[in-house]
Design a binder for this molecule. Sequence first.
Ligand SMILES: [Zn+2]
Length: 190
Amino acid sequence: MPDGGHGFGQGFPALVLNADFRPLSYFPLSIWAWQDAVKAVFLDRVSVLSEYECEVHSPRVTMRLPSVIALKEFIPAARRPAFTRFNVFLRDSFECQYCGHEKPAQELTFDHVIPRSRGGRTTWENVVAACGPCNLRKGSKLPREIHMHPRQVPRQPTSWELQENGRHFPPNHLHESWRDYLYWDSELEN
Ligand SMILES: [Zn+2]
């Protein structure tokens, strides 16, 4: 059990990097519970790059909990990203594809460009992020009927494109030791 933790199990998550030292994924950010991180350290599957102050004790070993770990073996990103609600938002950068406003996920909806009632399917090519008012306005009309066209022609993104988009949306609560691994590029650019 960790010393001085606020919550067992919940606390002290480790940021997980791929063998190229980029997060295994940005969205959701790749984070493991400390128990999984410690197990991976003992199995020699990861290197520890940063640690918390807090320690765990077993009968034989005392170790500080890892806060950032990197896989020793590179895991290639899946080539075709899953068609999920979240990935659609990510592809569209959390922007309503009609008015162009950026919204938090809970204020976004999905719009079928060709409405389902008109034979439109639920696919990468026919679903876009839309804010509530735009979705309501468009209703069951075709884009040309109401002159509402998506800003970008919807299509299946690559995993790389999703990763790149995800980099612009870091989570709010970061352990400070994670920052180096998350913001390297943007800090250099600024
Ligand atoms: Zn809108």
